[in-house]
Write a protein that binds this ligand. Structure first.
Ligand code: FPP
Length: 236
């Protein structure tokens, strides 16, 4: 892996927790728990490598369709993760940010999120973006509504709306687009994740289930990224 040519922003769809658990005849939540431990190691490695942004899809706007016990269990894991890891994240200079409307989460989860945001807001190392109650279509509709309100209030003229104004109204405001998007567990789709932002991202799909995704797997994905030629619609 070429340490000079690291992706600035890595985004990950952490898929396969359920199948990992099923393969072991364990409850699905055991898979999410194992997934959380995998995530912990990936955050550490991205941080030590010097990657600037890591965004993970932890809970989508569609995940509410899952059984209540699984949904509640994922948020309990989030609370547990913050309780256990916040101190170390902070020591490692990691800055936590949330993308998505987390106001709809259980109160306890909101409190923990706000604790993590407040504690790490001045950190200057890895920015760790957690997508919670996030969906790209929801994000794009919200941005449109915010912009329409500004137009209605004469704060903005329709002819002044451009891509950079639009981006300022997305949850990802201020975050550069992902260079590398990784999806684990063999599925090859976006599932409503960073649709606007990944217009020119490189995709790496791996069969590895998320709980088995080690920092070495991450480095393999980075190596694959480094073999790609990015043209952004232009010529080489
Ligand atoms: C997808 O696997 C995974 C999720 C929907 C949840 C991801 C959550 C974690 C990694 C742990 C929680 C961590 C935080 C920070 C909240 P799946 O359940 O769709 O797996 P399957 O496709 O095999 O069923």
């Amino acid at each position: 892996m070429n340490r000079e040519k690291l992706p600035n922003h890595i985004a990950i769809v952490m898929d396969g927790n359920g199948r990992w658990a099923k393969n072991r005849s364990l409850p699905r939540l055991a898979g999410h728990n194992a997934g959380m431990m995998a995530l912990k190691e990936i955050v550490k490695r991205t941080s030590t490598l010097g990657v600037k942004y890591l965004t993970v899809y932890a809970f989508s706007t569609e995940n509410w369709k899952r059984p209540e016990t699984e949904v509640g269990g994922i948020f309990n894991l989030l609370v547990h993760y913050v309780d256990k890891e916040l101190e170390e994240l902070n020591q490692n200079n990691v800055k936590v940010r949330i993308i998505g409307d987390y106001s709809k989460l259980p109160k306890k989860a909101i409190q923990k999120i706000e604790e993590a945001l407040a504690k790490t807001c001045d950190n200057t190392g890895l920015q760790f973006n957690i997508a919670l109650n996030y969906g790209s279509r929801d994000e794009i509709v919200r941005a449109t509504r915010l912009i329409a309100n500004k137009v209605a209030n004469n704060e903005l003229k329709p002819e002044d709306i451009n891509q950079s104004i639009f981006e300022e109204h997305l949850f990802t405001r201020g975050i550069p687009d992902p260079d590398l998007v990784i999806r684990t567990s063999g599925e090859k789709r976006m599932s409503n994740f960073l649709l606007w932002q990944s217009a020119y991202s490189e995709f790496v799909f791996t069969e590895t289930l998320w709980p088995d995704f080690t920092p070495e797997c991450l480095e393999d994905a980075i190596k694959e990224y480094q073999r790609r030629v990015r043209r952004f619609g232009g010529l080489k």
